[in-house]
Each structure stands twice: as structure tokens, then as C-alpha cells.
Ligand binder design. Structure first.
Ligand code: F6P
Length: 320
């Protein structure tokens, strides 16, 4: 491997810049050249490729977002799109690629690898929904951002003796909801993996709490369940208690990364370059049982992940 490319793809996540910096600096320090691909696979298809040096990643470790921009690219799903991308890689002399993103991005990485570009994936998503790894870049910052916002909502909710439904991101996964639910001491935590649509149980819980003198009732609802506004309307009608819905939205994806996100993203970025240097391809960097490891991408994408049962049980015990 002489020249590696690096791109970010899918939803951005705080810590992606730390990973880019680690890829660029590790590669250059090990005698490789680095090119940055802007706007994910779109940039690869449209030849938006820039030379990177150590200086191009100065002053970015503390910044949210991704300096390489990102996109969700439909054209890369087609063989024609993949061909264009591979051709542009060859023209730019790129023989290795680091793809920072989520599951969808890794399906793209598989295609590049199948066309002879040695490709390594690094898990970057706030959703924590990549089965082979216990850590994904951005999750830690996102849950801390959401937690702080929910604390603020709790203050006003208590002052007004209201019930609050706060919807957090996570696509079809409930990890952000579970973590915030426990960390914010929510009364109800609704996870797509476990929710049985029993709104009456929530209503009964709110009424019980009010009888015991509770001044607020916080419900953390996952994006994968959604419908927070309608839920609030129905709960208010059934309980007579003012109920408000807040959808936290994109603020969860922004902001300066936490120490953990900067640190783990840096290690993962370096690790990806090491794999390329060893001639490896079609691998995914992961964190499991306290160690950074790697998996075959095909194997990793076939894995399934679920909410930890014990953590779920604890979340129920603590909210009652
Ligand atoms: O994957 C990260 C994420 O923020 C999800 O939580 C959410 O469902 C999705 O991206 C939103 O995507 P978009 O930026 O395309 O609206």
C-alpha cells in the first residue's frame, strides 16, 4: 500500500475528525500518502479528492462534524457508481481506503474491497447499532449532549408539574434512549426493541406517580418508536396532566466530542491504517471486551445485536 484514501459516510458523528486526524497522521508517519475524499462515496464518484498532509488535520480533534463532509449516496448502490468510484481511486493512485461510517457505509466498503481496493471500516455513528462492536464513534458525545438537554427539560417539567416525552435519536435502535433513560432517571424508557405499545401502562404509571406526590414524569422515547407528539396528546387527555413532547433531533449529532470519543476514534483510526499496512482488506475495526480488534466485514454485517437484558431490567427497576 502506497496511498490511502479516507472518507466519512452516512450521518456525521462527533469524533469523526479525531479518526480522520489519526488516519492521516499515522499513515504519513509510516511513509504513506493520504488523500481525503469529500462527501463520502459521492465524492469518490465525482472525483472530489484532496491531498492531505499533517497540517490539514491540525486543530480538528476538538471539532464536531466531519471536515471531509458526509453524504448518503444512492449512486454507490449501483454497479455503474461503484465502477466510477474504483476508476477514480485508480487514477488518484489510491490502493487502500478507510471508510468511517455505519452499516450502510460498510456495505459500500465491501464493494470497494471486492473491486481490489483494500478497504477497512471504522464504526462511526451516534446510534451504537453496529453489532460487532461495543463502541461506535459519536455515541458517547451524543448521549452526553442528550442527557444535558433532558436535565434542562426536567427542570421546567417539574416547575410546571408536567409530564414530558423526550424523543432521542437512534434510528431503529434504543441505545441512546436506554442510556439517557437510566442516566436521567426517567420514569418510562421506551425502546423499539422492547416496546409493547401498551400506552395504558404508561398512563397508569403517571397516575400512580402523581398520587405519590411526584412533580414530573419523564418519558424517554426512542426515534424508532416515534409519534411523541400524538402520544403526548393522548396521555394528556387520559390523565388530565399537561404533557409536552420534545424531539431533540440533530443537536444530538453535533458538538465537540467527549474525551472518550476523541481517544477511541484516534485509536481506531490508527488501527485501520495498521491493518492496511499489513495488507489486510474487508475488515472492520471494533471494540470488544476492553480491546480493539477487527472482524471480516461480511461476518460483522451478519451479526445481530440486542439491548443488554440486565441493563434493561435495571432500567425498569430504577424507574419504578
Ligand atoms: O444514524 C444517525 C442518525 O442520526 C439516526 O439516529 C437518524 O435516524 C438518522 O441518522 C437521521 O438521518 P438524516 O441525517 O439522513 O436525517
Amino acid at each position: 500500500i502506497k496511498t490511502i484514501g479516507v472518507l466519512t459516510s452516512g450521518g456525521d458523528a462527533p469524533g469523526m475528525n479525531a479518526a480522520i486526524r489519526a488516519v492521516v497522521r499515522t499513515a504519513i508517519n509510516k511513509g504513506l500518502k493520504v488523500k481525503g475524499i469529500e462527501k463520502g462515496y459521492n465524492g469518490l464518484i465525482n472525483n472530489e479528492i484532496v491531498d492531505m498532509d499533517k497540517h490539514s488535520v491540525s486543530d480538528i480533534i476538538q471539532k464536531g462534524g466531519t471536515i471531509l463532509y458526509t453524504a448518503r449516496c444512492l449512486e454507490f448502490m449501483t454497479e455503474e457508481g461503484v465502477q466510477k468510484a474504483v476508476e477514480n481511486c485508480r487514477k488518484a493512485g489510491i490502493d487502500g481506503m478507510v471508510v468511517i461510517g455505519g452499516d450502510g457505509s460498510f456495505r459500500g466498503a465491501q464493494k470497494l474491497a471486492a473491486h481490489g481496493i483494500n478497504t477497512i471500516g471504522v464504526p462511526g455513528t451516534i446510534d451504537l447499532d453496529i453489532a460487532c462492536t461495543e463502541y461506535t464513534i459519536g455515541f458517547d458525545t451524543a448521549v452526553n449532549t442528550a442527557m444535558e438537554a433532558i436535565d434542562k427539560i426536567r427542570d421546567t417539567s417539574t416547575s410546571h408539574e408536567r409530564c414530558s416525552i423526550i424523543e432521542v435519536m437512534g434510528r431503529n435502535a434504543g441505545y441512546i434512549a436506554l442510556w439517557c433513560g437510566i442516566a436521567n432517571g426517567a420514569e418510562d424508557i421506551l425502546l423499539p426493541e422492547r416496546y409493547d405499545c401498551d400506552e395504558q401502562a404508561i398512563i397508569n404509571h403517571i397516575i400512580e406517580g402523581r398520587k405519590k406526590g411526584k412533580k414530573h414524569h419523564l418519558i424517554i422515547n426512542a426515534e424508532g418508536i416515534g409519534h411523541s407528539t400524538g402520544m403526548a396528546r393522548r396521555i394528556e387527555a387520559a390523565t388530565g396532566i399537561e404533557t409536552r413532547a420534545t424531539i431533540l433531533g440533530y443537536m444530538q449529532r453535533g458538538g465537540s466530542p467527549t474525551c472518550k470519543d476523541r481517544m477511541y476514534a484516534s485509536i481506531m483510526g490508527s488501527y485501520a491504517v495498521d491493518l492496511l499496512n499489513e495488507g489486510k482488506s474487508n475488515r472492520l475495526v471494533a471494540y470488544k471486551n476492553g480491546a480493539f480488534i477487527d472482524y471480516d466485514i461480511d461476518e460483522a454485517l451478519a451479526m445481530k445485536k440486542d439491548i443488554n437484558e440486565y441493563e434493561f431490567d435495571v432500567s425498569n427497576l430504577l424507574s419504578r
